[in-house]
Design a protein around this ligand. Structure first.
Ligand code: SAM
Length: 406
């Protein structure tokens, strides 16, 4: 076996006439990661690479024994993404991902909404690959070199098997940069209309999959919108960081009069359009504002219900302390807005903030505000966003229901 500390150039296999199976030899720490079931292995934990960017590879322990399979990204900080722990896993051909793609769609068969996540990357065994279904259209995000390589074939298979009219690639997100992948939005198969009209949570929604945030909607909150409307008291409600009004529309439908705040003008425009098409325009005021400032300005004790769903405040591990302070401050201010007996649905979608840390932050917020607060329920993302049990990063969305004791 060739010994080699650095990967890529020195160890990359020659492609000319070389038909050997792509392989990566892990270092001792790489094997430890594999044994713990985490699907990502860093560059520092690889001993030898004989593979090209985007290939499916066999994994080997330093002693040479087969340890499973992975996909390889030559330009990524996370070059190895494990797809199987089976020593005999067949890496050649497309059969494995086709079977997993079909199984992922079948796993969501019980979803009644017209939109949901069809493929949730590592949690569905398809590293870096996200597919969101919006009625007749699917939107793909490829977040690693392998996913980028198969995106066109995935699109064609979805089109052929599920009667879609088109498949769009939303490759305009920051998630592509650390993988060394190009940015852009393009149609991968069929045709994709400018806007789509769908029913989500029993409400008519107009969605823009070309330009909207994420792939067009926050599908991870799909079930939480409906749940929140059920558990929050009707009355005067606030949807802080409303986006296109997932929580606001559901609360208004349940009888509340809602103030929706967001910094994005297109999102608020869409919210107003959706409110009108559901006959809820009278019950929702959409206001463009910086929520951090606005929560300070609103009068204390003036809401029966608040939904607080900020963007990920800790995008990198280094942001954790600053983000923890920001979550504490936001939640303190949101709790002060509640009337006695009022309820807050509060969310964190930062995967660097664990459920335990978020709960502790909420406790600190309540204590700093001098308020008696009861935790009633904890939830995660919608059921179409499964979590890999050995991969804490896949449990990024925390949703907590709090009540201000009367
Ligand atoms: C996680 S999304 C909210 C999703 C929404 N609650 C839903 O369920 O569909 C976060 C939202 O915060 C908005 N946003 C980000 N920073 C903001 C700020 N400082 N003030 C107001 N809105 C902000 C973004 O435009 C985005 O719509």
């Amino acid at each position: 076996m060739r010994q080699c500390a650095a990967r890529r150039t020195r160890c990359a296999r020659s492609r000319s006439g070389d038909v050997s199976t792509p392989r990566i030899v892990l270092g001792r720490k790489g094997v430890l990661h594999l044994n713990h079931g985490h699907p990502w292995i860093r560059e520092a934990h690889l001993e030898q690479v004989e593979a090209e960017d985007g290939e499916v590879v066999q994994l080997e322990a330093p002693a040479g024994s087969a340890r499973g399979a992975a996909v390889y990204g030559a330009r990524s900080r996370l070059p190895v993404r494990v797809i199987s722990h089976e020593p005999g896993f067949e890496v050649a051909g497309d059969g494995w991902w086709q079977q997993r793609l079909d199984a992922s769609v079948a796993r969501r068969a019980a979803v009644t909404d017209e939109a949901c996540r069809w493929v949730h990357a590592e949690a569905d065994g398809l590293p870096g690959l996200v597919v969101d279904r919006y009625g007749p259209v699917a939107v793909i995000q490829a977040g690693c070199a392998w996913a980028d390589r198969v995106a066109g074939a995935v699109a064609q298979r979805l089109l052929d098997r599920h009667g879609l009219s088109g498949v769009l690639a939303r490759h305009d997100g920051a998630f592509r940069k650390p993988e060394g992948l190009e940015q852009g939005v393009s149609v991968l198969a069929g045709e994709v209309p400018e806007t789509l009209e769908l029913t989500l949570g029993g409400l008519r929604r107009t969605l823009d999959v070309w330009r909207g945030q994420k792939t067009g909607a926050y599908l991870d909150q799909r079930e939480n919108h409906i749940w929140a409307a059920r558990v929050l008291p009707a009355g005067r409600a606030l949807d802080a960081f409303s986006h296109e009004g997932g929580f606001a529309l559901a609360m208004a439908q349940a009888g509340s009069s809602v103030l929706a705040l967001d910094g994005s003008a297109p999102a608020l425009q869409r919210l107003e359009q959706n409110a009108a098409s559901n006959g809820l325009a009278e019950r929702i005021e959409a206001r463009r504002a910086n929520v951090f400032d606005e929560l300070r300005a609103l009068p204390a004790g003036s809401f029966d219900a608040v939904a607080l769903d900020p963007p990920a405040l800790a995008k990198r591990r280094a942001d954790t302390d600053r983000a923890t302070r920001a979550y504490r401050d936001l939640n303190l201010r949101a709790l002060r807005l509640l009337r006695p007996g009022g309820r807050l649905v509060t969310c964190s979608c930062s995967h660097h903030i664990s459920r335990e840390v978020f709960r502790r932050v909420l406790g600190q917020a309540a204590a700093s505000a001098g308020l008696d607060v009861v935790l009633l329920e904890e939830r995660g993302g919608a059921s179409c966003h499964p979590r890999l049990i050995t991969f804490p990063e896949s449990e990024y969305l925390k949703v907590v229901l709090l009540e201000l004791r009367a």
